[in-house]
Design a protein. Structure first.
Length: 284
């Protein structure tokens, strides 16, 4: 179908499962077999293409697919004409330099040295911007082993917990080159596509539903202003009359992470019947 939305999603790696979970939460059908390369979701007039995360920016940049989910590091590494439309809050990592423990290397010291990476585009640009003439060695993965094996003097690699680096006896140096997370990408400068806008609205709804909860409580009207200061909501809380002289019922969205503290504070103010519920889905 011509007006079908075509989206690229990671077929494997760190982003594949969380991306599928998020799309499922946004109401899209997802593949059942991890070997499937394409999946049609007729209800939503959407076709999903499962591709290597590093290739996704290329497909979207060529305008073959209207949107994709990949890592910001991969988007920038590709140099493809795509733009970030929405950060998704998972697949968080930093892109950093590391060298043998105790080497006390600095970024300046990289001059004339060999730096191994699987993100050549990112590294070349970083070094060029600083006028550092180093030899970039391209490797496809497991970059951390390259120093021990004598292929490189330093690495520039993805770091999440730092466990892989530590296990290879390496030590970080320099400031992070980049902070990354999973993002939705679309072709740069493309006209607004209503179907992509709808995808983004759905995903934003998922992000809000994950980060916020709904809080309901009853409070004496005299304490209402103080209570509303604690629960300002998005555009102001809903305040309804309560069938009890001098009391009102309040309903507001609050950040999930702050919910328990807010409940304690509301209780101290005299609020009662404080209830917290999950938000299943939303459009704000
Ligand atoms: N350990 C990690 N924790 C969180 N995010 C990560 C981690 N490793 C990589 N990422 C991020 O996930 C994205 C995809 O990387 P991933 O390593 O899954 O791809 P890949 O290397 O092409 O695939 P594979 O490792 O399966 O060959 C990148 O944006 C990267 O920053
Ligand atoms: O800081 P950590 O939590 O240890 O995670 C970082 C590691 O995870 C990724 O490797 P991946 O498993 O994707 O293997 P790859 O090197 O083959 O891509 C990344 O390339 C690092 O090696
Ligand atoms: Mg990897």
């Amino acid at each position: 179908m011509a007006d079908q939305l075509r989206i690229a999603v990671p077929n494997k790696g760190q982003l594949a499962d969380p991306a599928a979970a998020m799309l499922r939460e946004a109401g899209y059908r997802q593949r059942k077999d991890s070997r499937d390369l394409v999946m049609v979701d007729p209800e939503n007039e959407t076709e999903f293409f499962f591709l290597r995360p590093k290739d996704i920016a290329v497909y979207v940049g060529e305008g073959i697919l209207q949107a994709g989910i990949t890592g910001r590091d991969m988007l920038l590494d590709s140099g493809a004409p795509v733009e970030e439309a929405l950060p998704l809050g998972f697949g968080g990592s930093t892109f950093r330099f590391a060298a043998r423990g105790g080497a006390e290397m600095t970024v300046e010291d990289l001059k004339g040295k060999r730096v191994a990476t699987s993100f050549e585009g990112l590294l070349d640009r970083y070094l060029a911007d600083r006028g550092i003439d180093a030899r970039v060695i391209h490797l496809d993965g497991a970059v951390e082993s390259s120093i021990q094996l004598g292929v490189a003097d330093a690495v520039a690699d993805v770091v999440s917990t730092g466990t892989t680096l530590r296990n290879a006896g390496l030590e970080l140096f320099g400031e992070p080159i980049l902070t990354s997370e999973a993002v939705v990408i679309r072709p740069r400068g493309a006209e607004d596509d209503p179907k992509v806008e709808q995808l983004l609205r759905r995903l934003r709804g998922v992000l809000v539903a994950r980060d916020y909860v709904m809080m309901d409580y009853d409070v004496h009207a005299e304490q209402l202003d103080d209570a509303v200061d604690l629960t300002p909501g998005m555009e102001g809380p809903t305040v309804s009359p309560l069938h009890r002289e001098g009391w009102v019922a309040v309903r507001a969205m609050v950040p999930r992470a702050a919910a328990q503290r807010i409940m304690d504070d509301l209780w101290q103010l005299g609020a009662r019947a404080i209830l917290v519920t999950d938000i299943y889905a939303c459009r704000l």
